[in-house]
Design a binder for this molecule. Structure first.
Ligand code: R1X
Length: 241
């Protein structure tokens, strides 16, 4: 039994969708055939079923890299081979508008967790086949939402304190969006031999001046989350070695 997920590895498919919110995991898993719950403990709610005839799990990881890392490590221990994160993020670029989607090719490691796992220069990158599968699935998607692909940034801070984070530097460097778990996923995947990727629904602008725009509870967000979930399900069953 996986200690924190409370999932029996024998019931865990090799292909997994992860998301922060347990309610979103339930929503995504409701799209599967033969859907069943395979575990529930803390923020980790786990479901399994089939998508287009392939066994898939959907597991929630909560907010922030340390808690999410517990989930990713236990999925690796359970024999998982592919993980796609279906997340939300704040945009760093004006043209990447709320309600649109971003596929992360790599994450800037501005989290505290991964520096306790690997040295400073170690990259946090998505698997290129998983990223390609997401791009292909997004091209076939009927929602009409705009989809960008590029570098995202992973941060621990949601509400700022007195230390000013250099958001503007990363905006100038062309980083597309900021969220809180991708670097943990990509680094742990590299260490444990899993192939991972991430797709994000944009829920506002991360620029401090525009922070009032943050609202994840809109119809446009619901539409974006629905679209990214379907894209990720198609990608996670399509990707091969
Ligand atoms: O990754 C971020 C975090 O999980 C995006 O949204 C959550 C905070 O609301």
């Amino acid at each position: 039994m996986l200690t924190n997920l409370k999932v029996d590895p024998a019931e865990l498919p090799k292909r997994v969708i992860v998301c922060g919110d347990p309610k979103r995991a339930a929503l995504i898993s409701s799209k599967l055939e033969n859907q069943r719950q395979i575990g529930e403990n803390r923020e980790y709610h786990s479901y399994a079923g089939t998508w287009k005839g392939v066994e898939v799990a959907v597991v929630s990881h909560g907010v922030g890299s340390p808690g999410a890392a517990v989930c990713f490590e236990e999925l690796a221990k359970g024999g998982v081979e592919y993980i796609i994160r279906v997340g939300t993020a704040g945009s760093y670029q004006r043209e990447i508008e709320p309600g649109s989607l971003v596929i992360s090719s790599a994450a800037v490691r501005q989290d505290g967790l991964t520096s306790q796992l690997v040295p400073a220069g170690f990259p946090a990158v998505a698997n290129r086949r998983v990223a390609d599968a997401l791009v292909q699935a997004a091209k076939a998607d009927a929602s009409g939402l705009s989809v960008a692909e590029g570098i995202t940034l992973t941060l621990d801070v949601f509400y700022s304190g007195v230390v000013e984070f250099p958001h503007k530097l990363y905006q100038k460097a062309g980083v597309l969006a900021v969220e809180m778990e991708n670097s943990a996923l990509f680094v742990i995947a590299a260490l444990r031999g899993m192939k991972t990727g991430s797709i994000l629904a944009i829920d506002g602008y991360a620029d401090a001046d525009l922070l009032e725009s943050y609202n994840p509870h809109t119809d446009a967000m619901a539409k974006a989350i629905e679209a990214e979930a379907l894209i990720a399900l198609d990608a996670v069953v399509a990707v091969t070695e």
